[in-house]
Write a protein that binds this ligand. Structure first.
Ligand code: HEM
Length: 237
């Protein structure tokens, strides 16, 4: 009879759970209690490190989705785009945790961050690189059907896949924008909205980045649709 209590995977850790997940290495990635300048460094590192992991999943799924759209498999891409958007939702929620820190005590932690800045977040930067590729894949797919962005919406029922793809992209864009808004609020609540970040960026600039979108034509088409509907009403009247 198989002894289920014994690990079978390669490695030195006591169990297969620890071997498969590399828990020993993973749990060593945070400062130890004797290295903390403040005990909330654990909260700060855990929130940032887990955000990086969700971002890693988000951009990998978005990257694969772009490849699938390029190959013409929109259904398979949709499944991954839904997951990527959910990753960003998790990121938004995690910001709540940072607001549990005292803004005064956080100043102690800030002193040990060096020039560390979210602008150097590998996950966020990879995601920002992948999104334009997704946009190009969508536009190539709709052009191949001879459709404008407006047609994808007006004739969305005839082109279910493209309509859903457009909506999946705007969902991703909306989540990224929500993250930026929420992050701005967190920053304002923790360090203030009239100060300069650890890399010299004024927090006001973060406020301005909120309006940035990756698929502007998908937002713009909403204006077209409203105008088109008005024109049609005027034509009928
Ligand atoms: C106490 C919490 C936080 C503070 C005070 C804070 C502060 C800042 C500041 C001041 C900037 C502007 C750049 C600079 O000069 O540093 C920034 C940018 C950024 N931060 Fe944070 N941040 C916090 C939490 C987070 C978390 C949890 C993440 C998760 C990954 C994150 C990711 C980013 C990213 C990606 C940017 C670039 C923004 C963009 O490109 O729109 N930050 N942050």
């Amino acid at each position: 009879m198989e002894d289920y209590s014994q690990p079978v995977l390669a490695g030195d850790a006591a169990s297969d759970y620890e071997r498969y997940l590399n828990t020993e290495e993973l749990l060593k990635l945070q400062k130890t209690a004797d290295e903390w300048v403040h005990r909330d460094e654990l909260l700060f590192q855990v929130t940032h490190q887990s955000s990086e992991l969700w971002l890693k999943l988000a951009w990998n799924d978005a990257d694969e989705a772009a490849r699938l759209v390029e190959e013409g498999d929109v259904q398979a891409a949709l499944r991954l785009l839904d997951r990527a958007a959910l990753c960003i939702r998790f990121l938004v929620q995690q910001l709540d945790m940072l607001e549990r820190m005292s803004p005064w005590e956080y100043q102690e932690i800030r002193k040990v961050l060096g020039h560390g800045s979210g602008f150097d977040s590998p996950g966020w930067n990879e995601l920002r690189k992948v999104l334009p590729r997704l946009g190009q894949a969508f536009h190539a797919a709709r052009r191949a059907e001879g459709l404008s962005v407006r047609d994808v919406y007006v004739r969305g029922r005839e082109h279910e896949d493209l309509y859903r793809l457009a909506e999946a992209l705007i969902e991703l864009d909306e989540q990224a924008q929500l993250w930026r808004m929420r992050h701005y609020q967190t920053v304002a609540r923790v360090i203030g909205d009239k100060v300069v970040g650890t890399q010299g960026t004024p927090v006001e600039l973060l406020g301005r980045l909120i309006t940035k979108t990756s698929f502007p034509e998908l937002w713009e088409v909403r204006n077209d649709l409203t105008a088109l509907s008005k024109e049609e009403d005027a034509g009928e009247g």
